[in-house]
Design a protein around this ligand. Structure first.
Ligand code: HMH
Length: 186
């Protein structure tokens, strides 16, 4: 059950299309603008999580917050380069994810950090799946699969705990929904 959701969230048809280069720039850019909104929401959530994290988790979570700020700068650069108007108006999948992140503010730390681990791991596995030596989106795929990010996901894995399957499933469903969005209204 969870395995199927991990697969659905990391082997989506949008990722096949990025790998094969068949996704249009318009569809990719629209998805990218929504992802920039998501990253801003994730930073809000993670800064609050850092504020209530146990002492031994602070280094990893603070490093992650700094990485998200750098990621937002990188999104701004991509938007300028690709002439994407940002911020975009949030689409339903982005709003649904925002709602979950806000709900996590009121969940115990263990549940919230486990959700964060899923959010980052699913993204790493998805972009690894989309990797291809010839894709015209190769620069993006490389950016989201760098060893530093893989190391961060591993560090988060050490903070995550078992027994939050319902929450894990909810995150994975939102990820599928987020990839689905890339195909809508294109
Ligand atoms: C939808 N999930 C989505 N976007 C991201 N940037 C990440 C996870 C990882 O930060």
């Amino acid at each position: 059950m969870l395995d199927d959701l991990w697969t659905a969230a990391t082997r989506h048809t949008f990722l096949d299309a990025v790998r094969d280069g068949t996704v249009s720039d318009a569809a990719f850019d629209r998805w990218l603008a929504q992802d920039a909104l998501f990253v801003a929401d994730l930073l809000t959530f993670q800064a609050r999580l850092l504020a209530r994290a146990p002492r031994p988790a602070q280094t990893v979570l603070a490093g992650g917050c700094a990485a998200l700020v750098a990621e937002l700068n990188w999104f701004d650069e991509q938007a300028a380069r690709r002439h994407i108007e940002m911020p975009a108006a949030p689409l339903p999948a982005t709003l649904a994810y925002r709602e979950l992140l806000q709900r996590l503010d009121n969940q115990p730390y263990d549940a919230a950090v486990t959700a964060l681990w899923v959010i980052e791991r699913v993204y790493l596995l998805a972009w690894r799946y989309a990797a291809s030596p010839t894709s015209r989106f190769g620069e993006f795929v490389e950016h989201w699969t760098v060893p530093e990010f893989a190391g961060y996901v591993q560090d988060l894995g050490a903070l995550a705990v078992d027994g939050h399957d319902t929450l894990v499933a909810e995150v994975l469903r939102l990820e599928v929904h987020f990839w689905d969005m890339a195909w809508e209204t294109s």
